[in-house]
Design a protein around this ligand. Structure first.
Ligand code: DGL
Length: 272
């Protein structure tokens, strides 16, 4: 169990995915990489996103001897997975917006995708929609401001409700019954989103599905079943190491990470 699971995002979004994986695999050690020097990813050009993520992850995998990489970021997953898989010999899991379950769940056949500007304009996303939601009217909402508001909420505990209502006004207007949270930052503010959108809109994310995929791939990679013991949390205290690329992080974020069980939090950068 010494080889950690490496979870990666531009910021706090991947914590929503980490929480789901830890529910299934509490005994594993984890590394969590925040590439917050380059946040928000939704505004980055494709090539810049790919080369930065690959270099960063490749080096951290070598440093930590990770067993698997979870790209807990929809924006990065739309473009970096092929290059990352080519650069690594361990399994890589990406995030796919929950378009397929949303289309199945929707009664009105009017669904939405709330994601970053990068994710909503990518070919990958449009393919997903034509493959799995052909029978639905799909509205796309790309918003980096919401990403930064989720960061702010985790660092300070506060979220500006007036801005949230303004950002979500087109979503309310669109009269949807299912909204896909296609950015891992958004489940971190799910309660606030739900409050503005009302209970008539179901919010779907892919955290749980990714966690299940991690269990399957680890089972194959380690050549053994994940034992019942791996799922118990009372054996030994597993480690969660945090790495961030910005020059510093706020005290509020640091405290949140400590409260989440992080055992160490340090600055990290690629060696050129
Ligand atoms: N959490 C991210 C996602 O799932 C990225 C947000 C951003 O950095 O723009 O897309």
């Amino acid at each position: 169990m010494s080889q950690p699971i490496l979870v990666f995002d531009s910021g706090i979004g991947g914590l929503s995915v980490l929480a789901e994986i830890r529910k299934l695999l509490p005994q594993y050690n984890y590394c969590y990489l925040f590439d917050n020097a380059r946040l928000p990813y939704g505004e980055l050009e494709e090539q810049e996103l790919i080369s930065g993520c690959v270099a960063l992850i490749q080096q951290l995998v070598a440093k930590t001897n990770a067993a698997i990489v979870v790209v807990a970021c929809n924006t990065a997953s739309t473009v970096v997975l092929p290059a990352l898989r080519a650069a690594l010999t361990i399994p890589v899991v990406g995030v796919v917006p929950a378009i397929k379950p949303a289309a199945k769940l929707s009664k009105s056949k009017r669904i939405g995708l709330l994601a970053t500007p990068g994710t909503v304009r990518r070919h990958y996303t449009h393919e997903l929609i034509s493959q799995f939601a052909d029978d639905c009217h799909v509205e796309l909402f790309g918003c980096s401001e919401l990403v930064m508001m989720a960061e702010q909420k985790i660092a300070t505990g506060e979220l500006d409700t007036t801005s949230l209502k303004r950002i979500l006004a087109p979503v309310v207007e669109a009269d949807l019954d299912v909204l896909v949270l296609g950015c891992t930052h958004f489940p971190m503010i799910r309660a606030e989103l739900q409050q503005v959108l009302g209970e008539g809109v179901s919010l779907l994310d892919s955290g749980e599905a990714i966690a299940k995929r991690v269990v399957v791939l680890l089972t194959q990679f380690e050549g053994k079943q994940i034992e019942a013991d791996d799922r118990k949390s009372d054996v030994a205290a597993p480690k969660i190491e945090g790495y961030y690329t910005a020059s510093k992080i706020s005290e509020g974020l640091e405290q949140t990470l400590v409260d989440c069980g992080f055992s160490s939090i340090e600055h990290y950068t690629t060696i050129n």
